[in-house]
Design a binder for this molecule. Structure first.
Ligand code: O7E
Length: 211
């Protein structure tokens, strides 16, 4: 059983709010990122949160510690409940994101292995394992790991123990909730819900399949 997180990658405020309103009852969280925030502004975070669904800011934060702190502080001031960051800038940069998240009562998730085919080029050979170890050391709340490669999710679970795993790649990228729902805490679905003819029905179906 896993939570269902909508990746709301539409680019207009009106469309985002329409989809969020239609689907919110079936979701555990909504993930927003550059497509929506560059199109609609960061204030969209508060507007979505006002619908009663937690908002996860997927900015894949990846800078020096001071800049990471400035970015994360903005994210939480805007009403987000969690932030997603990269591990490759190093442990101090990661710790800055975690500190900002926890200072605001929020959570920090670390991208450890990506779901697209190119992700297998970069994250195999021990890199994802190392990032997962860094997430543990930095006190992060969880990691991002690919639903498209369940065996890799299982391997990273061994490293992070009971920390959370949120897993993208379900729907448009070919994975099914059933592939990973026993391994992860949340499944991330984008196009298969927001691009569906009936987003509400699609969200309900994915929620049921995650249970
Ligand atoms: O393929 P979709 O439409 O279901 O959307 C997937 C979403 O998850 C989209 O926002 C994409 O940017 C994100 N994502 C991946 O697809 N793969 C990854 O490895 C990582 C992410 C991601 O969200 O990273 C932070 C969670």
């Amino acid at each position: 059983m896993s939570a269902l997180i909508l990746a709301l990658d539409t680019t207009s405020r009106e469309e985002a709010l329409r989809i969020a309103s239609l689907t919110a009852d079936h979701l555990d969280a909504i993930k927003i990122g550059y497509p929506l925030v560059l199109g609609a502004g960061l204030s969209i975070a508060g507007e979505i949160a006002a619908l009663g669904v937690p908002v996860i800011a997927d900015f894949k934060v990846a800078d020096i510690p001071n800049t990471n702190t400035l970015i994360c502080d903005q994210v939480f001031a805007a009403g987000c409940s969690a932030v997603i960051c990269h591990a490759f800038p190093g442990g101090d940069s990661l710790e800055a994101c975690v500190a900002s998240a926890h200072a605001h009562g929020g959570e920090c998730f670390v991208v450890c292995e990506m779901s697209h085919p190119g992700g297998a080029e970069w994250f195999s050979g021990g890199v994802a394992e190392r990032f997962s170890g860094m997430a543990v050391t930095a006190g992060a709340d969880g990691i991002i790991a690919p639903a498209t490669r369940p065996a890799r999710v299982a391997a990273l679970r061994e490293i992070i123990g009971t920390k959370k795993i949120y897993s993208p790649g379900v729907g448009a990228q070919g994975a099914a909730p059933e592939d990973v729902k026993a391994l992860v805490d949340g499944v991330i679905v984008g196009r298969a819900i927001y691009g569906a003819a009936d987003p509400s029905a699609a969200a309900r179906e994915y929620r049921d399949r995650c249970r």
